[in-house]
Design a protein around this ligand. Structure first.
Ligand code: MSP
Length: 503
């Protein structure tokens, strides 16, 4: 079966921040894991380039919107590369091919009579490019996300008959309890629908920066409809001369943040139904990375931990590991430079990095650098059996933090195994050579297994380690009964203890 996974697409009114990195990392872990298990994966990310926020930001900087979009989109692409995100395509919504397909789909929605003309009036946040409903507005008429004052807006535009999908959406939620995950987000979306759906404005008259409405050229589509459709349009042109729609549609997972829940779990399936397209299988809603003051981290609030800085100093793997470990996927959680350094030291340098260098050093010292081709220790083998199945099961539900916790438990188990067995003491007694071979074969195999499981999380360092273990080809997902007899090579510390100097 195919596995199509997407991040949301980022606004280009600002440069990327850690929240964007987080979503891309999480999605990448799932994509890499599925590729590892042999599935036919397509992973899409990109930038959302139309709408009020981009037009406003460009104006403020004396640029054309397209110039700003080009500039910032390039920053997002660079971030993806630095994070080692393995996306199969990067969509930009200013791509002509996207715009054409948006027009085709929405024309169909119009032809099927799910649109009508009307007057829209409401409290509007230009940063969100969204009208706010009464119960989400903060005191003093401020945006709940950006905390800026909302403006009262009125205009003649086209509406989408969202209300016509009240029952179909209720049915969708009744039939598919895993349509939205985690559960509390499912409940939130379900409650929103139950509160009664009102039609929503589909187009904008006062704005020029968008995709033209084919049946009314004086209007452009409201940026959210243009943006949501990226998941569908991309499959039409991601591969030159090929249409991937039949192969990958509908999406298996959309990975999104909690602030855009309503768009993805209510508007989006309704729009797809209106266009007679299949709805996605799952939407997974993650929480926010919070700054020390407990507020959402974002460029506009000026409390940003810059992903580029962390990447520069510590590399992608360390950042990927930190974010997934620190903030339980699906919940909010604080992040900080100090917490990053503490976890880097304790888990990456000490627990994993040290395990790797110790194991390689002992193999070199006591076994002439060759993994003994003898039976691994039965007890440990039993403890490791089922690891991949458990990781698979968790990741099939997008539980990236729980799966990493499971793997990390095994990293710690191997460290305890070294302490229990004390191979250096066994080595002093020539009569215990067989025992020593068993312990080191077991350790090498355990290290190989946790490392293969960690590949989706830390693609670079795990590749280095598997090379050093001469186990690059040994990617089987089970704890082998026998050491493999490979010749290991020296490895520079995977995660040098840089924290002390960096503090
Ligand atoms: N352009 C829209 C999405 C359109 S999808 C059809 C958008 N862009 S965004 O740049 O504002 O946000 C992109 C993603 O980053 C969203 O999923 C959002 O929830 C996520 N994050 C933004 N700040 C975040 C944190 N502080 N923490 C974690 N993720 C957050 O919304």
């Amino acid at each position: 079966m195919s596995y199509y996974i997407t991040t949301s697409i980022s606004y280009v009114n600002g440069v990327p921040h850690l929240g964007h990195a987080y979503e891309a990392i999480a999605t990448d872990i799932l994509a890499r894991h599925k590729r590892q298990t042999g599935e036919d994966v397509f992973f899409l990310t990109g930038t959302d380039e139309h709408g009020e926020p981009v037009a406003d930001a460009a104006r403020a900087q004396g640029l054309e919107p397209q110039e700003l979009a080009d500039r910032n989109s390039a920053r997002f692409i660079a971030l993806m590369q630095q994070l080692e995100i393995s996306n199969d395509f990067f969509i930009r919504t200013t791509d002509e091919r996207h715009k054409q397909r948006v027009q085709q789909v929405l024309q169909r929605v119009h032809d099927r009579d799910y649109t009508y003309e009307g007057v829209y009036e409401g409290w509007y946040c230009p940063r969100c490019a969204d009208f706010k409903v009464e119960n989400e507005i903060l005191d003093g008429n401020r945006c709940p996300i950006h905390e800026i004052e909302l403006t009262r807006e009125q205009e003649q535009n086209w509406f989408f008959r969202l209300s016509a999908f009240q029952e179909p959406l209720e049915r969708l939620f009744d039939e598919r309890p895993d349509f939205v995950m985690p559960q509390h987000r499912f409940n939130e979306a379900r409650a929103f629908i139950a509160s009664g759906l009102e039609d929503v404005s589909l187009t904008r008259a006062h704005l020029k920066w968008g995709v033209e409405v084919p049946w009314d050229r004086s209007q452009v589509f409201y940026v959210w409809f243009d943006a949501l459709l990226n998941y569908y349009t991309a499959l039409g042109f991601a591969r030159e001369g090929e249409d991937l729609t039949d192969r990958y549609w509908p999406a298996t997972y959309h990975i999104i943040g909690k602030d855009i829940l309503k768009f993805h779990t209510v508007f989006w399936p309704a729009l797809l139904m209106a266009a007679e397209l299949e709805v996605p299988r799952h939407v997974f809603v993650h929480g926010f990375l919070l700054a020390g003051d407990g507020r959402k981290m974002s460029k506009s609030l000026g409390n940003v931990l810059d992903p580029f800085e962390v990447l520069e100093r510590f590399g992608a793997d360390a950042l990927r590991h930190y974010l997934v470990r620190e903030v339980s996927f699906g919940q909010d959680g604080p992040v900080s430079g100090d917490a990053f350094l503490a976890r880097y030291d304790s888990e990456l340098a000490n627990e994993y990095g040290n395990l790797a260098s110790r194991t390689l050093n002992m193999l070199e010292r006591y076994c002439d650098g060759v993994v003994p081709a003898v039976a691994t220790q039965e007890g440990l083998r039993a403890e490791f059996s089922g690891l991949f199945e458990r990781v698979d099961e968790l990741l099939s539900r997008a539980e990236i933090s729980l799966a990493l916790e499971e793997i990390w438990g095994h990293v710690r188990r191997l460290n305890r195994y070294v302490e229990e067995q004390t191979p250096w003491a066994i080595a002093r007694d020539g009569a215990r050579a067989g025992e020593l071979a068993e312990v080191l074969a077991t350790l090498a195999e355990g290290l190989r297994v946790v490392t293969v499981a960690l590949v989706p999380y830390m693609p670079s360092k795990t590749a280095e380690l598997l090379d050093a273990l001469a186990a690059r080809e040994r990617t089987e997902r089970a704890f082998a009964a026998q050491g493999w007899g490979g010749r290991v090579s020296a490895l520079a510390p995977l995660f040098p203890k840089a924290a002390a100097e960096a503090r």
